[in-house]
Design a protein around this ligand. Structure first.
Ligand SMILES: *Cc1c(COP(=O)(O)O)cnc(C)c1O
Length: 400
């Protein structure tokens, strides 16, 4: 880590300027848009945020897994500056431009699956998930979608219905979209002792067959490592057993890699950790463009070509400036060093977290891959969630 990667406090947190800005915000911004830490950021580089009062903070949030390449990454800044001075918008479906095509080419090359692939670009993770549902329905001519306990897929109407948690995502915002069925995830820490990935998959398949039936099911959507749900890594064999069932039943497998993809886990995609797992489509967003808003669906060429021209798109999808940023990120990963860095974070952190677990009985589980690691806090001697301990840790980390 560079010398500049240090925390440096010059005022109380939040500082006076942040407090003033926050009063202004409360007056003008919808209360529905929360604020976890009302510290107003002026600029950032690498892992360091500098707030409006001049405090330097280590960014443990990284924009929720977005600026994994680092804030104001040199390659991203250069690509954005060059592109913004050349062309900011045409609408790709009217008059195209090259950066869009280059992003698709890079994603087709590196996404999981040993088959011809094509891609389409959008603005947000939720929009990518919604479009993957469209592709799946159009290709299979079936309607139903299966998702898992603890899943998170977004905040649009369809993706709210695909989330596990009603609070805070869905409560009061209904009616939610139908044709979505929730089935049990593989959750090694909480599943019956010794349950294998194959057994957990058979449990899910029983639910699928009873609750939906293969003849109506278009696709199974799964995060290969769950993000918002708590970095839950399914037991080995879970993903491939589901995939084998899906292939036998003309059902598509969609890996939602919005959070776990793009080098975060130490491989290009979290799906790459399970040998033989080749999802028909992957959804991609967060880490792809160093903070610029862009997302993608990459998948089997025949699936991606099933939609009619004009059926897929949107005004801003694959915007030239965001696409240039994505090319900069993807080419840096290709050039080497980024995957290795995520692997090094695991090698550094995991033994320390396991050692902490030995000393603290509130740490029930340590899990994850690469830079996507988690501890699960429980009441000592049980597996009961320990919300009080979580709140204390969060408050300690954010000075509250
Ligand atoms: C964040 C997230 C989404 C939604 O992405 P947005 O860009 O916030 O719409 C979808 N799926 C997963 C797995 C996510 O982590």
């Amino acid at each position: 880590m560079s010398e500049a990667t240090v925390r440096k406090l010059v005022t109380a947190i939040p500082g006076p300027k942040s407090q003033e800005l926050h009063q202004n915000r409360l007056q003008h911004v919808s209360a529905g848009v929360g604020a976890a830490l009302p510290v107003y950021i002026d600029h950032a580089h690498g892992a360091i945020l500098t707030d409006v009062d001049g405090n330097q903070l280590i960014d443990l949030g990284s924009g929720i897994g977005v600026v994994t390449i680092g804030h104001t990454n040199d390659g991203v800044v250069k690509a954005v500056q060059e592109q913004v001075a050349k062309l900011t918008h045409t609408l790709f479906t009217v008059t195209p431009y090259q950066p869009y095509v280059r992003v698709c080419e890079l994603l087709n090359k590196h996404a999981p699956g040993n088959f011809p692939k094509k891609s389409a670009l959008f603005n947000s993770g939720a929009e990518a998930v919604e479009n993957a549902v469209k592709f799946a329905r159009k290709f299979t001519r079936k309607s139903e979608i299966v998702v898992f306990d603890h899943a998170y897929h977004g905040r649009t109407n369809l993706t709210m219905a695909m989330n596990f948690k009603a609070a805070p995502y869905g409560n009061g915002f209904g009616p939610l979209a139908g044709s979505v069925q929730h089935v049990p995830m593989s959750y090694p820490y909480r599943d019956p002792e010794g349950m294998t990935g194959e057994e957990a998959a058979r449990r899910a398949i029983t639910y699928i067959e009873k609750r939906v039936g293969a003849e109506d099911l278009a696709a199974i959507f799964i995060e290969p490592i769950q993000g918002e749900g708590g970095f839950i890594v399914p037991a080995p064999g879970f993903l491939t057993t589901l995939q084998a069932w899906a292939r036998n039943n003309n059902v598509l497998m969609v890996a939602d890699e919005v959070q776990a993809g793009i080098a975060r886990t130490g491989k290009w995609f979290a799906s790459d950790y399970e040998a033989g797992f080749e999802p028909d489509m992957v959804t991609i967003a967060k880490g792809i463009a160093g903070g610029m808003p862009i997302s993608a669906v990459t998948g089997r060429a025949d699936v991606m070509d099933a939609a009619h021209a004009g059926g897929i798109g949107g005004t801003y999808g694959g915007n030239p400036v965001a696409a240039a940023a994505a090319v900069a990120v993807l080419e840096q990963i290709e050039a080497g060093g980024v995957l290795e860095k995520a692997q090094a974070i695991e090698a550094f952190m995991l033994p320390r977290l396991l050692e902490l677990q030995q000393r603290h009985s509130i740490i029930g589980d340590v899990r994850g891959r690469g830079a996507m690691l988690a501890i699960e806090l429980v009441e000592p001697g049980t597996k009961n969630p320990n919300a009080a301990a979580v709140n204390k840790v969060v408050a300690f980390c954010s000075f509250l």
